[in-house]
Each structure stands twice: as C-alpha cells, then as structure tokens.
Design a binder for this molecule. Structure first.
Ligand SMILES: Nc1nc2c(ncn2[C@@H]2O[C@H](COP(=O)(O)OP(=O)(O)OP(=O)(O)O)[C@@H](O)[C@H]2O)c(=O)[nH]1
Ligand SMILES: [Mg+2]
Length: 295
C-alpha cells in the first residue's frame, strides 16, 4: 500500500481533492467534482454518470461510498497473470510507443520470474537503435539471466526467433521479448509486429503466448488511443501501466476496460527493478482517495 500511496501522489493531488479533509465531498458542488475528475483524465462518460449519481442525495450511502463503488465497478473484475510452471517456454512480447518503459519492464518481469524460480530469457529485439539491445543486455547482467539480442539493423523477427530457440535449448520457463518503441501511426514499423509473431510461432507453436502493451501513465487518455491502434495490429492480452508514480492523469485507467477490454496486469510505480506490482483495483482506488497519503 505504501508504494501505491507514494506513486499516486500527483493524481491524488488533483482527484484526492474530492476527499481531502479540508473539502467535504458530501457538500461539494457537483460541477466541481466533475471538473476534478475530468482533469485527472477520468473518462467523460463515466464522469457524467458519476455526476448524475451524486447529484441527488441517497439515504443508503454517502457520496464517497457511491463514488468509490462506481470507480471499482468501472475497473471490472481483476485478472492476474498466472506465471508458467514448467514445460515449454511461455513467450511474452512487450510493445508500445517510444519511451513507454518496455525495456525496464522486461527487466522487472525477469527479476520477478527469478524470484519465483522461473528461468527467464530476455530478448532484445530493438534493432532500430545502436543502444536498443545493449540496454537490455545490461539489465540481464544486473538481474542475472540469459539474454539473446540483435545488432542494430538486424531483422527483429529473426532475433525473436533465435531467442525462442535459445530459450527452448536452455530450458527457460519464460521469454520476455522487448521490442523497439514505435509510433502507432507509422505503418511500416507497426507491420513488423505481426511479422515477429509469425516468426516466433514458426519455432514454437502458440508463441507469443501473450502480447502486453506497455502504456506510459503520464500520457493519460492518449495512451488509450495508442493502445487501440496496437490492438488492431496484434491483439493484446494484457496492459502494463508504467510511471504511475509521475502521472497526474491516472484517471485514464478507468477507460481501459470499456475502451479496450484488455486486463491491466501490472503497474510500474518507479524506476527500480522491484517497482513493478500486480495491478490491484482496490489499492488503486483507495490510494487515490487516501487522505493520509504523502503530500
Ligand atoms: N518513474 C518511473 N519511470 C519509469 C517507469 N518505468 C520506466 N521508467 C523510466 O522511463 C524511461 C524509459 O524507459 P525504457 O524502459 O527505456 O522505455 P522503452 O519503452 O524501452 O523506450 P524505447 O525503447 O526508447 O521505446 C527510463 O528512464 C525508465 O527508468 C516507472 O514505472 N516509473
Ligand atoms: Mg527500450
């Protein structure tokens, strides 16, 4: 909980005003509540429903209870990632726009796998930039796991194929394929993603078993627009939201289920290798509104 509280400081600075000890939400003008919710990127449709709901008093529940309830409902039922427990390697491809946190997240996931006794393979398929793959190689040395990468200009699909092959040989339990950052609007780069999938599937039927999009929380609703485009090119099976610790727009998380219908699996709450936690809707909503959270 402490991690969540710290991480959501910025969003709470806006949204938390609804519940701060100085302001009484029960007596607040609904227009003010509406403005606060919209400013932290809570989707407009949900904000409208909340305002409609809060406008009239209820004998059964306080406004705070009703708001919390609506927000939790919007996040839907939680899905947790089931870590693989042996057999063929489970291949996960991480994708997203430039700088969203893919490489760091791949390393964080590898560290988690090691902690669970699962042998990871980190695959650096970012062959766009000279440092793209070496950045992940450094991480593999830091967390202590196998690595397969490609030099700049190499075919990313080939690098991914080799990583899966090597993971099978080395009996790894999980392969984390870090991809190059790409803008959702650049067609040729987007086309590389299904090609990578086909290539991995040739070496191991069913691979990649998961495709997770890494979204930068500081982008707010724009992250949803990006995810929608990626989802059309390669169907996503999970979302990882990074940089929640630096975002004041965490309200966009309430759009993920209705707009994408892809589960949020993990959230990044900092830059360190242990700052990745399974997404927990209750912790998230409670941390948003915690009056005792750090200022
Ligand atoms: N505060 C914070 N910073 C993060 C988090 N995740 C990643 N970062 C930082 O975001 C920056 C970009 O992270 P990378 O992992 O290199 O992002 P990327 O998506 O691989 O970037 P490209 O390969 O250039 O597309 C780095 O400075 C990371 O330390 C997080 O959860 N919180
Ligand atoms: Mg990267």
């Amino acid at each position: 909980m402490a991690g969540w509280l710290r991480a959501l400081k910025k969003t709470r600075n806006i949204i938390g005003k609804v519940f701060s000890s100085k302001v009484n939400i029960e007596e607040m003008e609904v227009e003010e509540i509406e403005e606060i919710l919209l400013r932290s990127d809570v989707p407009a449709r949900l904000t409208m429903n909340i305002v409609d709901e809060l406008e009239f008093p209820s004998r059964k529940a306080s406004r705070r209870e009703r708001l919390t309830d609506m927000l939790l409902k919007e996040l839907g039922e939680a899905k947790t990632f089931e870590w693989p427990d042996g057999g063929k390697p489970h291949v996960i491809m991480l994708l997203g726009v430039n700088g969203s946190g893919k490489t760091t997240t791949a390393a964080k996931l590898a560290k988690k796998a090691i902690g669970l006794g699962i042998k990871p393979m980190l695959c650096g398929s970012d062959t766009f930039r000279a440092a793209g793959s070496s950045q992940l190689k450094l991480w593999s040395e830091k967390v202590g796991c196998d690595f397969t990468g490609g030099e700049m200009g190499h075919d990313a699909a080939g690098v991914a194929f080799n990583a899966v092959e090597s993971a099978i040989e080395k009996q790894c339990g999980i392969v984390l394929v870090d991809t190059a950052g790409r803008m959702h609007t650049k067609t040729p780069l987007m086309d590389e993603l299904p090609k990578m999938c086909r290539s991995m599937n040739k070496r191991l039927s069913g691979a990649p078993h998961d495709v997770w999009m890494v979204l930068d929380a500081s982008l707010g609703q724009n992250a949803i627009i990006q995810a929608r485009q990626f989802n059309e090119v390669v169907p996503l099976t999970g979302i990882i939201v990074t940089k929640l610790d630096g975002s004041s727009k965490a309200g966009f998380l309430f759009s993920v289920r209705s707009e994408l219908n892809v589960p949020i699996l993990f959230t990044g709450l900092g830059e360190g290798e242990d700052d990745l936690v399974p997404f927990d809707a209750n912790e998230f909503v409670n941390a948003l509104f915690d009056e005792n959270g750090e200022e």
